[in-house]
Ligand binder design. Structure first.
Ligand SMILES: Nc1nc2c(ncn2[C@@H]2O[C@H](COP(=O)(O)OP(=O)(O)OP(=O)(O)O)[C@@H](O)[C@H]2O)c(=O)[nH]1
Ligand SMILES: [Mg+2]
Length: 198
């Protein structure tokens, strides 16, 4: 766990209590939720973005994890809270409860794993059932560095993206390809939306 607080709720309470996270630290809080099958690289993407690191070993997430990073967008300080859900079926009841509070959904599959790509439909349906339908989403084909093991073509991702009308990007948490761009673009979209509400 990052940030001192042990859950996103604790972090929120600290903010409310004027504790570690002062409200004056930022102008906006953007909560992004990572979804997708186990092993596709959700935690690795979060680690790459928040800590600039990558671990080759696989430590499957238990329940939910989160990390924060503050960035400046259009002169505004934005605290990005990344919620990293466990892909394993047995945590579905817990992870479902986090959908509602999200400002953006990142749907991840592994380009070396066809099944994980086919399952993006399932995750979209989970958002429909448990989340906010009108929140910005991105479909992410991760592990783009593993070109010799590729099972899902770039065009397959692109075609599906057009079919469901959701932006698409390929990433590598290992070498950092498009990771910064993914989180920054999602946050920019949110800030634009939030600013238009004021
Ligand atoms: N080569 C390569 N390996 C990756 C990449 N991203 C993740 N991995 C590896 O894939 C394995 C699974 O990554 P995780 O980030 O733990 O997967 P996860 O989606 O969080 O899985 P759950 O927590 O079980 O839902 C780890 O061994 C990572 O090192 C990538 O971009 N390239
Ligand atoms: Mg994980």
């Amino acid at each position: 766990m990052g940030c001192g607080a042990s859950t996103p709720e604790d972090a929120q309470n600290e903010i409310a209590a004027g504790g570690q996270q002062k409200p004056t630290d930022y102008n906006y809080m953007c909560k992004l939720l990572l979804l997708g099958d186990s092993g596709v690289g959700k935690s690795a993407l979060m680690m790459r973005f928040a800590d600039g690191s990558f671990k080759g070993s696989f430590m499957s997430t238990v329940g939910i994890d989160f990390k924060m990073k503050t960035v400046t967008i259009d002169g505004k300080r934005v605290k990005i809270q990344i919620w990293d859900t466990a892909g394993q079926e047995r945590f579905r009841t817990i992870t479902k409860t986090y959908y509602r509070g999200a400002n953006g959904y990142i749907l991840v599959y592994d380009v070396t794993n066809q099944e994980s790509f086919d399952r993006v439909k399932y995750w979209l349906n989970e958002i429909k059932k448990n989340g906010n339908e009108n929140v910005y989403k991105t479909i992410v084909g991760n592990k783009a560095d593993l070109s010799d093991q590729r099972a899902v073509k770039f065009e397959d991702g692109e075609n599906f993206s057009k079919e469901v009308n959701i932006p698409f990007i390929e990433t590598s948490a290992k070498d950092g390809l498009n990771v910064e761009g993914l989180f920054t673009t999602m946050t920019q979209k949110f800030v634009k939306f939030a600013a238009s509400q004021n």
